[in-house]
Design a protein around this ligand. Structure first.
Ligand code: SF4
Length: 376
C-alpha cells in the first residue's frame, strides 16, 4: 500500500508478510486485506449453504468458510465449491479425514486447529492432501482449545502458549516443504488476542488471519472486534480478517468492511459520513441516512458521501467527500460535488437526487476503469 505523503498521520505501514493463495484470492504481501465470513447453515444442505455463501459474496466477502463436521458435509462441499463465486475454506476440527475429504472436494483452503487435529502423523496426511489438491492451510489456534501439554506448561491460555502452538504447527508444515499457509491465534479476550497476534507477527512472516473469536452479538461483537482487530490493523498486522458475530454472516462481512474502511485499508461502496443530528438539523438526518444506506447498498464503487444536518459542519465535511448534502432553512439544503457548492435542493427531492448522483458517479467511474483496463 502506498503511503500518503500529504497526510502522514493517516499512514499504516503493513507488516511485510509472504503471499499465499486461497483459491484465486491472494492473502499477504501487498494483497488487499481480504474479508471472510463463515456460514452457519447445515453444510449438507447444499442449497441453504450456497444461498448464504452467495449473499455474503454479494456484500463483498472475498472468502467464505464452511464447517465440515461429518462426511455428509464434505460430500456436499463438492457442489458448494463448484458453484461458489468465492474460494471456500473447509473448517476442520478433530477429524483429520474430513480435511482430506474436503481437499478432494475442491476446498481452496483447510483450516486445522492444532488443539484437536491430532498428532504429527495426521497433520502430515493433511499436508499431503493439500499438496495433491492445491489447497492452502490455515493453522487456526484458538485460546479455548489449546493443546493439553501447553496448558500444563503455561497453566492457562496466554499469548506465549498460543504462539508456541502456532509455531509447533508451522514447524510441521515447513518440515514437509509446505509454505502455503496462514496463521491465526484467536481469543475472545481482546487483550489476549492482541498480545498473541503481536507475538505471532514477530515470530513468522506467514500471512496472518485476524479474528476476535466468539465476539458476541451484533453491537457488543462489533465494538469488541473493532477494538481488537482495529488496533492490530492499525499496527499493520493482519492480511485477512473475519469478524465473528452471533448474527447473519452478511453482517459480519459488512462490519469487517467498515473496520477496514475506517482505517483506509480498503474501500468498497458508499462510505456515508453523517452527523448525529440535533435541534439545528434542517432535515431528518437519522431517517434519511437509514433510507440512503438501504438504497445505496448495491453500489460497489468506492465513494464518500456526507449527509450533514446543518451548516455548522456540513460545508467542512463536504470538502472531504465526493458528494455532500448540508441541511439549510425553509425545507431545502445544498448539494456539494467534490467539495464545491453545486445546487440547492428541497428536502423532499433530496433522497432521490442523491441516489441519482451516486449511481451516475459510480457508472462513470466503472466505465473509466473498464476503459483503462481495455487500454492496457
Ligand atoms: S452538524 Fe448541525 S445538525 Fe448535525 S449535529 Fe452538528 S450542529 Fe447538529
Amino acid at each position: 500500500m502506498s503511503l500518503n505523503p500529504v497526510r502522514p498521520w493517516r499512514n499504516i505501514e503493513r507488516r511485510r508478510s509472504r503471499q499465499i493463495m486461497v483459491g484465486k484470492v491472494p492473502v499477504g504481501g501487498d494483497a488487499p486485506i481480504s474479508v471472510q465470513t463463515m456460514t452457519n447453515t447445515d453444510t449438507s444442505d447444499v442449497k441453504a449453504t450456497l444461498d448464504q455463501v452467495l449473499r455474503a459474496a454479494e456484500v463483498g466477502a472475498d472468502i467464505v468458510r464452511v464447517s465440515t463436521p461429518d462426511e455428509a458435509s464434505t460430500r456436499a462441499l463438492k457442489e458448494i465449491c463448484r458453484e461458489s463465486p468465492v474460494p471456500i475454506v473447509a473448517d476442520i476440527h478433530f477429524h483429520y479425514r474430513r480435511a482430506i475429504e474436503a481437499a478432494e472436494a475442491g476446498a481452496a483452503c483447510l483450516r486445522i486447529n492444532p488443539g484437536n487435529i491430532g498428532d504429527e502423523r495426521r497433520v502430515r496426511e493433511v499436508i499431503r492432501a493439500a499438496k495433491d489438491h492445491g489447497c492452502s492451510i490455515r493453522i487456526g489456534v484458538n485460546a479455548g482449545s489449546l493443546e493439553k501439554h501447553l496448558l500444563e506448561k503455561y497453566g492457562e491460555p496466554c499469548p506465549d502458549a498460543m504462539v508456541e502452538s502456532a509455531l509447533e504447527h508451522i514447524r510441521i508444515l515447513e518440515d514437509n516443504d509446505f509454505r502455503e499457509y496462514k496463521v491465526s491465534v484467536k481469543a475472545s479476550d481482546v487483550f489476549l488476542a492482541a498480545a498473541a497476534y503481536q507475538g505471532l507477527a514477530e515470530a513468522t512472516d506467514a500471512p496472518i488471519h485476524l479474528g476476535i473469536t466468539e465476539a458476541g452479538g451484533m453491537i457488543a461483537g462489533t465494538v469488541k472486534s473493532a477494538i481488537g482487530l482495529g488496533n492490530l490493523l492499525w499496527m499493520g498486522i493482519g492480511d485477512t480478517i473475519r469478524v465473528s458475530l452471533s448474527a447473519d454472516p452478511v453482517e459480519e462481512v459488512k462490519v469487517g468492511f467498515e473496520i477496514l474502511k475506517s482505517l483506509g485499508l480498503r474501500t468498497r461502496g458508499v462510505q456515508i459520513i453523517s452527523c448525529p443530528s440535533c435541534a439545528r438539523q434542517g432535515f431528518d438526518v437519522i431517517r434519511t441516512v437509514e433510507i440512503l444506506e438501504k438504497r445505496l447498498d448495491h453500489i460497489k464503487t468506492p465513494m464518500s458521501l456526507s449527509i450533514i444536518g446543518c451548516v455548522v459542519n456540513g460545508p467542512g465535511e463536504a470538502l472531504m467527500t465526493d458528494i455532500g448534502f448540508t441541511g439549510g432553512g425553509a425545507g431545502a439544503g445544498m448539494v456539494y460535488m467534490a467539495g464545491k457548492q453545486s445546487h440547492k435542493l428541497s428536502n423532499e427531492q433530496m433522497v432521490d437526487e442523491i441516489v441519482r448522483l451516486v449511481e451516475e458517479r459510480a457508472a462513470r467511474l466503472e466505465a473509466e476503469a473498464q476503459a483503462a483496463e481495455a487500454a492496457q
